[in-house]
Design a protein. Structure first.
Length: 263
């Protein structure tokens, strides 16, 4: 059986190859820096294991928090007709374009001891900066917009006709949300969650600014890489490869299932 000819224009192959090289070759360069014999020892060090455990734990919590808070926000942005919604959408997407360090400073001056809300929290015994909770907040701040963008786009693509039909059949807003809107979101939910978790896993700037770098408490894998690179480059490269491997594993396992859900 003859294979169908490729529908990709020939002129696109060269820039596509260059783009792929820009992504793959720097990662491949890491493999040439570390001795494969020493790699297991470097990866099994207490610092690397603590950082990996903390990264995965806080990444999962921030992804769950993004799901709980970001899904309703995406529905409001896609279905609401409130005035000023374009401004609200711009504010929601702001973490996507802001340097993460700016996000960390914003969180610090909001929830820090002298911040807008931090002083009131201190009075009731709640201290967020430089704690594991601060890591989760920083990751959620930078990662949740990825979930909101994915879900809002899915709702806009599907349109609102299904909810309108449900309304004509007597379904109230909450019933329509549960029976119609949520099923519409499911195909896009998987890919959005994958991107959200991957972004949380690699978060650095906002975390180090708002949560600091305390081993076992706030030093996630990206922070451990940065700290270790000052004294032991080989160990930092090994941790970098570990982070790359975990991120690839998450994407390879979850992404195809998310794509299948759209077919």
């Amino acid at each position: 059986m003859r294979r169908a000819p490729s529908r990709v224009p020939v002129v696109l192959w060269v820039p596509a190859a260059i783009a792929l090289a820009l992504v793959v070759l720097p990662v491949a360069g890491l493999l040439t820096r570390v001795d494969p014999v020493e790699l297991p020892v470097l990866l099994l060090s207490p610092a690397a294991l603590d950082a990996l455990r903390l990264s995965v734990l806080t990444g999962l919590i921030s992804t769950a928090l993004s799901l709980v808070l970001g899904t309703p926000l995406a529905v409001v942005l896609a279905r609401s007709r409130l005035r000023g919604l374009r401004v609200v959408r711009a504010l929601v997407l702001l973490p996507l374009v802001l340097p993460p360090v700016v996000g960390g400073l914003a969180l610090l001056y909001l929830l820090g001891r002298t911040g807008l809300l931090g002083g009131a929290l201190e009075l009731v015994g709640i201290r967020l900066p430089y704690t594991t909770a601060a890591v989760v907040l920083a990751q959620t701040f930078v990662a949740m917009p990825f979930l909101v963008v994915g879900l809002e786009g899915a709702l806009r693509t599907a349109g609102g006709r299904y909810e309108q039909v449900a309304a004509t059949l007597g379904a109230g807003p909450w019933l329509a949300f549960r029976r119609v809107t949520l099923p519409l979101l499911l195909p896009a939910l998987g890919s959005s969650l994958v991107l959200t978790f991957a972004r949380a896993l690699g978060e650095f700037g906002a975390t180090i600014t708002f949560a600091g770098s305390l081993q076992g408490t706030t030093r996630t894998l990206p922070l451990a890489i940065y700290t270790t690179a000052q004294t032991d480059v080989d160990a930092a490269v090994a941790m970098s490869l570990l982070l790359v491997a975990v991120a690839l594993l998450v994407i390879v396992i979850a992404r195809p299932r998310a794509v299948e859900g759209r077919l």
